[in-house]
Design a protein around this ligand. Sequence first.
Ligand SMILES: *[C@@H]1O[C@H](CO)[C@@H](O)[C@H](O)[C@H]1NC(C)=O
Ligand SMILES: *[C@@H]1O[C@H](CO)[C@@H](O)[C@H](O)[C@H]1NC(C)=O
Ligand SMILES: *[C@@H]1O[C@H](CO)[C@@H](O)[C@H](O)[C@H]1NC(C)=O
Ligand SMILES: *[C@@H]1O[C@H](CO)[C@@H](O)[C@H](O)[C@H]1NC(C)=O
Ligand SMILES: *[C@@H]1O[C@H](CO)[C@@H](O)[C@H](O)[C@H]1NC(C)=O
Length: 499
Amino acid sequence: MRRYGHHRQPKHQSGGGLKAVLGRVSVAVAALLICTVWLLFSSSSVSNGNRSFRYGSKVTPPSESNGYLRVRCNGGLNQQRTAICNAVLAARIMNATLVLPELDANSFWHDSSGFQGIYDVEHFIAVLRFDVRIVESIPETRKNGKTKKIKAYQLRPPRDAPISWYTTDALKKMKEHGAIYLTPFSHRLAEEIDNPEYQRLRCRVNYHALRFKPHIMKLSNTIVNKLRAQGHFMSIHLRFEMDMLAFAGCLDIFTPEEQRTLTKYRKENFAAKRLVYHERRAIGKCPLTPEEVGLVLHALGFDNSTKIYLAAGELFGGDRFMKPFRALFPRLENHSSVEPADELLENSQGLVGSAVDYMVCLLSDIFMPTYDGPSNFANNLLGHRLYYGFRTTLRPDRKALAPIFIDRENGRLAGFEEAVRRVMLNTNFGGPHKRVPPESFYTNSWPECFCQMSPKNPADKCPPENVLEILNNRLESEMGNGFESTTTSNLTVPREEEK
Ligand SMILES: *[C@@H]1O[C@H](CO)[C@@H](O)[C@H](O)[C@H]1NC(C)=O
Ligand SMILES: *[C@@H]1O[C@H](CO)[C@@H](O)[C@H](O)[C@H]1NC(C)=O
Ligand SMILES: *[C@@H]1O[C@H](CO)[C@@H](O)[C@H](O)[C@H]1NC(C)=O
Ligand SMILES: *[C@@H]1O[C@H](CO)[C@@H](O)[C@H](O)[C@H]1NC(C)=O
Ligand SMILES: *[C@@H]1O[C@H](CO)[C@@H](O)[C@H](O)[C@H]1NC(C)=O
């Protein structure tokens, strides 16, 4: 049987693949990248002493339940994903029984698939079996011959609530009513928690327990295989969409009519704020335009043979912005161009399309976000790729690039590519680096979710290999064959790691 939760060392297939892609990159860049990549890929193995944590060291089943915890997660796929991780941790902190998180079907996402429609529920419950009790709904109780359902007491948690809010206010209500309902539930538990065990639980949820349903994994796999049939590919989260542009307030490059659209969207969705384009731009607050993304890649030595998968919704401003990018990189794909007949992808803004994009970006040889500030999609992928063996990421430092682009617009072309390269070489390409807030835990779970083979501090030591064996043996013996059937699928998180 497959061992879920087991995180194997990435295959050198991907390391080699990267080198092949990087063969086209100029010598200086390639040398540095290959060193980095080599270091990073080997660093997830035993040799350099670092690897991701795999499974928490605490193997204690949840204790007596204090009641039921219901949450309603709002936002898109990835905002909900972090909310689910927070919900599991909240349940653990409160010794509560978690009711399968409810996923808000809000107006933007037009999707009511719910948790069951997107994630593999049995897998989720099984992986977290030693952490929290999870039920699909609050069971009915029988009292004096009547069936009764506990009504959950509704509470609105403070934003980024500390643990103490859960162990006092929320717990008090839970004990009073038997169940509480936290809504809205997005960013309602502090990200920085001084308890590595709790942080590791978040990683266990995010990178092991949350697995998309088999049909989503299968479709993603098909797309990745088709893309890879012709060699390596890069994925780009081209965040040049209306909501992001309106949020950033970067209007001047658009026509008056487009500006009106963005201004209207901004007014309806975001708090009023004085935003001056050239000031925003100069400090890197504007999303890179498709052309700028192309120029960065070109400066790094990628040429028109580079295959690029674009993950994004509707690009704003139409083809006039895509044209210069396509001129540099004509081999562009997206989920509908690779799988035009797939009805799962028809609602291109739906959660399934977003889930497929997520998987393809996770598995791509190189990933490039173009706006990673408030983008949960990019942030989660950065964290996920880091966790799964420091997969290469090109993360443009917009603030450092902005003056270079502005110079270029003002006609100073000399040294442009050299300057871009210099900025990019200062980034970490997805390698291990200590998280420094405000960097999000969901973007970088280093160091909590990584352990070391020969640490200076014994607390950082990796658990013995057989922790997993013990857990799995326990699971197998407790759950018997019924469980087996849900875990024999070949389609699971990182494809390379399955081989
Ligand atoms: C883990 O990797 C980082 C970055 O490569 C390195 O600085 C650190 O020394 C490594 N830790 C161990 C114990 O090897
Ligand atoms: C949860 O259970 C653990 C272990 O039994 C206990 O130490 C802790 O105090 C409990 N916490 C709450 C909030 O009930
Ligand atoms: C790619 O660029 C090369 C030279 O720069 C050119 O000869 C070739 O036609 C281009 N290929 C495509 C598909 O545009
Ligand atoms: C995907 O690519 C096709 C062909 O290039 C294009 O017509 C379509 O608009 C793209 N879809 C999205 C959602 O960008
Ligand atoms: C899993 O992979 C094996 C061999 O790689 C194959 O024979 C089998 O049919 C696959 N099973 C599923 C469910 O795809």
